[in-house]
Design a protein around this ligand. Sequence first.
Ligand SMILES: NC(=O)C1=CN([C@@H]2O[C@H](COP(=O)(O)OP(=O)(O)OC[C@H]3O[C@@H](n4cnc5c(N)ncnc54)[C@H](O)[C@@H]3O)[C@@H](O)[C@H]2O)C=CC1
Ligand SMILES: O=C(O)[C@@H]1CCC=N1
Length: 269
Amino acid sequence: MFEEISRRGLVLLGCGKMGSAMLAGWLDRGLEPGSVWVIDPNPSDWLKNTGVNINADLPDSPAVVLIAVKPQMMGSALPDIADYGNGSTLFVSVAAGTTIETYEDMLGAASPIVRAMPNTPAAVGRGITAIVGNPRVAPAQLDTAEALLAAVGQVVRLDDESQMDAVTAVSGSGPAYVFHLIETLAAAGEAEGLPADLAMQLAKATVAGAGALAEGSDDDPSQLRVNVTSPGGTTAAALSVLMDDETGFPDLLRRAVAAAANRGRELAK
Ligand SMILES: NC(=O)C1=CN([C@@H]2O[C@H](COP(=O)(O)OP(=O)(O)OC[C@H]3O[C@@H](n4cnc5c(N)ncnc54)[C@H](O)[C@@H]3O)[C@@H](O)[C@H]2O)C=CC1
Ligand SMILES: O=C(O)[C@@H]1CCC=N1
């Protein structure tokens, strides 16, 4: 699956949390470290031990340049790869907010550019990434982007770039909401008298198990919820709090997801 990248190379611009999550997944799945060139002024110890090329002379015509710097760093980072613009190199950006039009302005309108939104479970092969390309992206290049990202989880293709801020708010940022759920579920268990390590073990296993059941079951999540809820029992007591119209999850998550999507729109400006 990595043949073209093995031949021409992959340049990773920025290798922080998201770049490392994807790189870890690719290396686990057999990508040769020698075919990866990372540009990052602050390489982590983990990165230095992977065997990839770090801040070294770059290949002439890499198959893919993957952009994983923060949106606010684009102005200073993109000049390092601008020479690849308007050629056969495929650019794939995972930055929240930064639009395809911005890349066309900075890298050349003839550049094939895929905008992607992955998430950090990519590090364990359980990510999900949404992708959309500009008209310069040939079908085979979109397939390459999809194959690269499919190596670290599921991939969905979007009809329209305008969906990207909502995707970012649901699945790009979403792992943080789930991690916060684990933290607060464990803290609530402690408040009910459990030792901290036991509360955390219960919270992590519950979220992981429920996620696996939701993904693998023929029943939808609302039915799975009903299956846990004995009439007049403990779950019903908890859900009366969580499903409260004014203070419960639905309104809270609606506001949280809207805040993330709005921030994505602001970053685009
Ligand atoms: N962390 C996440 O869960 C996700 C992040 N993203 C996107 O990934 C991008 C990176 O985010 P994180 O990895 O979280 O940030 P990060 O801060 O962990 O990583 C950014 C990296 O860029 C490097 N960097 C700074 N200036 C640079 C330059 N001029 N040239 C090359 N590298 C430079 C930094 O040293 C750092 O290692 C962002 O655009 C973000 O929107 C997308 C989906 C999920
Ligand atoms: O917080 C952020 O802006 C990035 C994009 C999605 C997840 N992390």
